[in-house]
Design a protein around this ligand. Structure first.
Ligand SMILES: [Zn+2]
Length: 87
């Protein structure tokens, strides 16, 4: 699947957490507030399909990330960390 311009690289777990889980702080059970932000990437990346070790991106790519901040204890958690905490 070709993606130009933007990239969402969620694992199944992360997607599931994002859609269905109660967003509670792992340290204090406070309310987590979702933040969406992106990183623009123009760097090299591995391309295992063509056998080339590195391929230059044609266009800068937005890579989206979610972060959750606790309203109570001010802790900040990346989505991946929260998703992988759940059993
Ligand atoms: Zn907290």
């Amino acid at each position: 699947m070709e993606t130009k311009g933007a990239s969402y690289s969620f694992t199944f777990r992360e997607m599931k957490y994002l859609l269905f889980s109660k967003k509670k702080c792992p340290s204090c059970s406070g309310l987590l507030i979702k933040h969406k932000h992106y990183i623009v990437r123009t760097d090299m990346f591995d391309d295992s399909k063509t056998g080339n070790s590195v391929v230059k991106r044609d266009t800068p790519m937005k890579e989206w990330h979610y972060n959750f901040d606790c309203a109570t204890c001010q802790s900040s958690f990346p989505l991946a960390e929260l998703a992988n905490k759940k059993g």
